[in-house]
Design a protein around this ligand. Structure first.
Ligand code: NAI
Length: 354
């Protein structure tokens, strides 16, 4: 077996010629081991959250950060933001190894990049953690409001998913949108909870599922009319909204879906890219996740540009128009929505490059 001779020969890089910079960070005093990946700064500084996760090994962390940072480039480009794509991962279990000293050490590494990378919260990190990171670097967003940040991004993410779902529903079922539709929301944490509220207000019937009994209780106690279920598989729905973990759409799960539309907040919903074709063959429309869930990114972009909340909401509402354009293009060109969204992103990126 041939052994890669250097970084650029590694399979991760051989498959992807686009990443601009990947930084491995180690601080022995605090135990920090992190990787920062800058995929593209063509449209602006690379922005993306910091995932704190107990990866099985460094290879798994590297694969994740490369994939996630690339996704951020496309998310920002489709949303029309002057931002590039980046992401950071910190290796380890946040419940045991996260300390203020470690977060500050990470912040110092972010600072060395001089603003080419701007960090934020993600799985395993919170606004409070970003407050600590922010004591070591100015290149951080989504800090808590009392620390000068724009706070939790879940409500804006949920609003964007709702607008995306409305637009896609209108394109499939006509002007009533989600009103009267049955929407299965998988995962009613920060985003799913807000989405369920918006859907009920718009006249949809919400069927919610979550592995957390507490999350379901909070929802049913606070949003009257929501029904709960153990699983959405083989359940008759109009819309499936994945709002828990990624990769829930696989050949096996697609076969058990009974819906006409999939639109949710979870990142990287397709377990493999060929799954979208399976959905198409079953007559199910999929709204690409990086289009539907860009509301949180729009919020933090607004934080950087000092935009008003009203302006941010207006931009998030615009996700509906973007989805309508992508679905119309896909239909007229015979392409899948994922390909139509990527080509929109690539056109913006190409236009930005000198
Ligand atoms: P969260 O952690 O608050 O909520 C996730 C919920 O999913 C929890 O209630 C959890 O119990 C539930 N869950 C986990 N595994 C499940 C399973 N197998 N079946 C059913 N429920 C399950 O996370 P949050 O912030 O609501 O994010 C949801 C998704 O949206 C994540 O994939 C996240 O990456 C993505 N996202 C979130 C954004 C944000 O602004 N919070 C922005 C863009 C994407």
């Amino acid at each position: 077996m041939s052994v890669p001779t250097g970084v650029f020969d590694r399979p991760d890089f051989a498959d992807d010629t686009e990443h601009e910079q990947v930084v491995f960070c180690r601080d022995t005093a605090t135990g920090l081991r992190a990787i920062i990946a800058i995929h593209s700064t063509a449209l602006g500084p690379a922005l993306g959250g910091t995932r704190f996760y107990p990866y099985v090994d460094e290879q798994a962390a590297l694969t994740d950060v490369l994939r996630l940072s690339r996704g951020m480039t496309y998310k920002a480009a489709v949303a029309g933001l002057a931002l590039g794509g980046g992401k950071a991962v910190i290796l380890g279990d946040p419940t045991t190894v996260k300390t203020p000293e470690l977060l500050r050490a990470f912040g110092r590494y972010v600072d060395t990049l001089g603003g080419r990378y701007i960090t934020a919260g993600d799985v395993g990190t919170s606004a409070a953690d970003m407050d600590i990171v922010g004591t070591a670097t100015a290149h951080v967003v989504a800090r808590s409001q009392h620390a000068g940040g724009s706070g939790d991004s879940a409500p804006m993410t949920a609003l964007g998913v709702f607008r995306a779902m409305q637009a896609a529903s209108e394109s499939i079922w006509g002007s009533e949108g989600v009103a009267g539709r049955v929407v299965g929301v998988e995962g009613v944490g920060k985003v799913g909870y807000e989405l369920a509220q918006l859907l009920v207000s718009a006249g949809a019937t919400v069927l919610a599922t979550d592995v957390s009994a507490d999350a379901l209780r909070r929802l049913t106690e606070q949003v009257p009319g929501v029904r709960t279920t153990a699983t959405l598989a083989d359940t008759e729905l109009d819309v499936y909204a994945p709002c828990a973990m990624g990769a829930t759409l696989s050949p096996a799960t697609v076969a058990s879906l009974r819906c006409g539309l999939i639109c949710g907040a979870a990142n990287n919903q397709l377990a493999t890219t060929d799954v979208e074709h399976l959905l198409y063959e079953r007559g199910i429309v999929w709204v690409p996740d990086f289009v539907a869930n860009s509301g949180g990114l729009i919020q933090v972009a607004g934080e950087i540009d000092n935009r008003t909340r009203e302006h941010v909401i207006e931009q998030v509402n615009g996700i509906g128009d973007v989805v309508a354009t992508i679905l119309a293009r896909a239909q007229s060109s015979g392409a899948l929505a994922g390909a139509a969204a990527l080509s929109l992103a690539r056109a913006r990126l190409t236009g930005a490059r000198p």
